[in-house]
Design a protein around this ligand. Sequence first.
Ligand code: UDP
Length: 417
Amino acid sequence: MKRVAVLSVHTSPLEQPGTGDAGGMNVYIVQTATRMAQRGIEVEIFTRATSSDLPPVAELAPGVKVRHVVAGPFEGLGKEELPGQLCAFAAGVLRAEARHEPGHYDVVHSHYWLSGQVGWLARERWAVPLVHTAHTLAKVKNLALAASDMPEPRMRVIGEEQVVTEADRLVANTDVEATELIKLYDADPAKVLVVPPGVDLERFRPGDREAARSALGLAPESLVLAFVGRIQPLKAPDVLLRAAAEMVARDPGLRSRLVVLIVGGPSGSGMKTPDQLIRLAAELRISDVVRFLPPQGGAALARVYQAADVVAVPSYNESFGLVALEAQACGTPVVAASVGGLPVAVRDGVSGALVDGHDAEPWARALSDIVLHPGYREELAGNAVGHARRFSWDRTTDSLLAGYAEARDVFREEVFA
Ligand code: UDP
């Protein structure tokens, strides 16, 4: 394996995750691409150019190039409008490859269905296998919508079905996602690989809680409940706010110590500030308890996890939930919704708690059980670090490379049979 083409149409690996369309998928691509390059494989990531200032090619890390493909107007194009630009994007990808000798790439790996559509064409044109990771699936999302969320359109469902049929290998984060691909999308089980994602244990590790709190301007005796991620109905940060309001209603004495930290930016709405959540906090009369921070990068995000007593992941669906692993790696227990990959990311009663449904009452109970019982919290915190250490991006990368090699061997047998 010498060269891999990675397709990431709708979001660039150079973007800061935690707002807009940038999240776990960006982290996944950066972490695995840099590790592939460290193993001597050249990685070229194709993404849509979203500014005229971007160079055609940028270096993400030694051995990892980001190619900015012009497809439609640079700015002001929403994700829902991107299906109309896939032809332009595919043309840009094929043109870039045409400058090389034939057989330049050994495999094409597409992320999310929009990229899968382009990968399908690249597979045919280049005669290389297509490996696809869905990251989220429309049929799964539509089965568990938040009340305020819009269903995913039929166009996406059909597009995903086509990619599932055409890809040589489908990468699932967990057994649950593998089953969804097989049961809901009729994927050939022989094509589905389960590859758990990882966590950067250098960056996310236990630290001094008091120092982290002081850096964030939080009092040492605060009870800190944190939400980290893109602010959108699917991620349900409102559930944490309602649970916090319930905790304060039950025990008004908590108000002076409780801090709800919401870290991340709006996604899908084009807003610069999380307006709806700010309004909800006011309606629930807990504005004094809630603090908002814009998306955090580098060591600042690790400090958020270290400062928190507990991190809440109340999503309606989550194919994995990297935030849950990162928090645990920092020694912070996680209370998560019992959906999608979260039961793999969090060990119920061992490294945190899983909650069924999204009602404020059980969420308040699960959070209180941990934050109001320091001994129990410490026990979970210790286990959380051990649990997170079972995941690593190196292992994810090794498994992907094994999947690429397998896909290439099968592809050759089929094509040259
Ligand atoms: N993230 C970040 N800064 C923030 C909030 C989130 O870098 O302020 C990152 C976080 O570290 C995680 C990713 O965004 O790696 C979110 O991934 P997750 O799988 O939790 O959710 P997704 O965004 O894929 O739905």
